[in-house]
Design a protein around this ligand. Structure first.
Ligand SMILES: [Zn+2]
Length: 161
């Protein structure tokens, strides 16, 4: 018997292709799960429009559902309202930091990233003495920073509305 909480559990096993420690549930990509009889319908919202990872995520969801012997399903993509870093769970932010990527800074993020020198604490030593190296890190979704205290380079997850 399929139910909604079971599906949420399955989706916790589907990881973001760009940040493999985060499940799509941690990221807040999964917006809704509905089960009517045995038919599952899942709504996802891409982290940013044109994110090439979205196609992979859809495929990964399908693979997971098939593995769980769920054959009647549909996956919808909803682009409005747009994904925001606020949807990322607190656990997700902790996992991101443990992985060495600075999690989005809630309030500061909404100010203009390009105009304000944004203080992004180093995920390794927590020093706030860091500097922006490049607006684009390993993917378009991340900015590249370097810590002036421990000298470690790191990515900052900057996906915005
Ligand atoms: Zn550091």
């Amino acid at each position: 018997m399929v139910n909604e909480s079971k599906i949420w559990e399955h989706l916790e096993d589907v990881f973001d292709p760009e940040v493999p420690v985060l499940s799509i549930v941690d990221l807040g990509i999964v917006r809704g799960v509905q089960v009517v009889k045995d038919h599952v319908s899942i709504t996802i919202t891409p982290t940013y429009s044109g994110c090439p990872a979205m196609h992979t995520i859809e495929k990964d969801i399908e693979l997971k559902l098939k593995k769980e012997a769920i054959s009647s399903y549909e996956i919808h993509t909803s682009i409005a309202p747009a994904w925001t870093t606020d949807w990322m769970s607190e656990i997700g932010k902790k996992k991101l930091k443990a992985y060495g990527i600075a999690p989005p800074q809630d309030e500061v993020d909404k100010s203009v990233l390009f105009a304000d020198p944004l203080v992004v604490p180093c995920p390794k030593c927590n020093s706030s003495d860091t500097k922006l190296v490049s607006q684009f890190g390993s993917t378009a979704c991340k900015a590249h920073y370097q810590c002036s205290t421990c000298k470690e380079p790191f990515d900052y997850f900057k996906c915005l509305r």
